[in-house]
Structure formats: structure tokens, C-alpha cells
Design a protein around this ligand. Structure first.
Ligand SMILES: [Zn+2]
Length: 204
């Protein structure tokens, strides 16, 4: 394999540490960086630094935010009696895009995975139980927790774990429905999706 100059190897090694970036992608990105004018790179460096300096986790829901508590937790227009639990901040954005949900959120920043050695203590879970008490929730009693983790083995395991944690508290714990993607054809849907779609059927 062709040996690169040390600064190039160093950059490739750093890029490889990013999620979903393998050696080839890291190489491509490194060469892109080398061809990019310095002023453009400077903007990227400033953006990276700013995000690190200005963005914090909301102390209530763990959402990424510039103000703490975040705009959802601080809003009086949101229903603080319903909490939607999601894996990542971008899952929150996906729910928010529907404009159908008016409750608040809880962001876990991951999902349980024995293979990747991610247990409950690696997730942002510790502040979920305390916020269910009215005295920690501006006097509002939480009525429902919606488990909107991903429909993957890890997401399912996470939902089951949290559900077991919350059930004894006597509040309503729900799981988002999973099934057929809109606009899809039955022929092309895998059996797990079809199974979930059948299980989650409703009367019309
Ligand atoms: Zn928040």
C-alpha cells in the first residue's frame, strides 16, 4: 500500500474514528480536505468548534440545545404529561416533523446492545424516572410515556427494558406501531415487518 506523508496518515486515522467511516471513505475525505481552499476549511473548523462550545445536553430531556432547559422542556405550549422516549436527537426531529406530537421528549443517546457493550448505565436514562414525579415536572403528573426507539433488535430491547422499569409506577407506557412503510408494496416487505404490520392491525 502506498505510504502517505505523516500528516495525511494522521488525518486519515482521525477520520476513521468517525461513525460509518471506513478506511476508503477516510482516504477520500482526507484528499478532499487537501484539495479544499483554506478559507472553506476554516469555516468547517469554526463550525466544529462552535458546536462543541455552544451545544449542551438539556438537563431535563438530554436533547442537544443551545439553551438549558431546551425549547421543548421550557415551552408552556407543550403537553408535559406525555413523554416520548427516542434514541437520538435526530429521532426527535423525525417525530417533530409530523407536527402531530405536542408532548415533550426524553433522548437516550443510544440503545441497549450487549454486542457493543452498551448497558443501561451508558444511556441517558438516570434522569427519566425522577422527572416522572409531579414535583420535578412543574407540578404536572406524567400520564403516558411513548417508547419511540427504533424498530431494531436493540431498539426493541431498549423499549422492553424501559417498559419494565416504568410499569410498576402505574402510568401508561406505549410503544409506537411498526409495520408497512407508506407507499410500499406487500410483495417487497420483509417478513418481520409484515409480522409487525399484522400484529398492529386495527379495525376500519
Ligand atoms: Zn429538554
Amino acid at each position: 500500500m502506498l505510504e502517505y506523508a505523516e500528516p495525511v496518515t494522521k488525518l486519515i486515522d482521525e477520520l476513521k474514528r468517525l461513525p460509518s467511516i471506513g478506511h476508503k471513505s477516510a482516504q477520500r475525505l482526507a484528499f478532499h480536505v487537501m484539495r479544499t481552499p483554506e478559507a472553506d476549511l476554516e469555516r468547517l473548523i469554526v463550525a466544529l468548534r462552535e458546536v462543541k462550545q455552544k451545544i449542551v445536553l438539556c438537563s431535563v430531556c438530554n436533547n442537544l440545545t443551545e439553551v438549558n432547559p431546551c425549547r421543548f422542556c421550557a415551552s408552556s405550549n407543550r403537553d408535559h404529561s406525555v413523554i416520548c422516549v427516542v434514541e437520538e436527537p435526530y429521532s426527535l426531529v423525525a417525530v417533530e416533523k409530523t407536527r402531530a406530537y405536542r408532548g415533550v421528549y426524553h433522548v437516550l443517546h443510544g440503545s441497549l446492545s450487549p454486542i457493543r457493550h452498551i448497558g443501561p448505565s451508558e444511556l441517558q436514562l438516570a434522569n427519566l424516572l425522577p422527572r416522572l414525579k409531579p414535583e420535578n415536572n412543574e407540578g404536572v403528573a406524567v400520564k403516558e410515556v411513548i417508547l419511540a426507539t427504533n424498530p431494531t433488535t436493540e431498539g426493541e430491547a431498549t423499549a422492553n427494558y424501559i417498559s419494565r422499569l416504568l410499569k410498576p409506577l402505574g402510568l401508561k407506557v406505549t410503544r409506537i406501531a411498526m409495520g408497512m412503510p407508506v407507499g410500499s408494496d406487500l410483495e417487497y416487505v420483509d417478513e418481520v415487518t409484515m409480522d409487525k404490520a399484522l400484529a398492529n392491525r386495527h379495525e376500519i
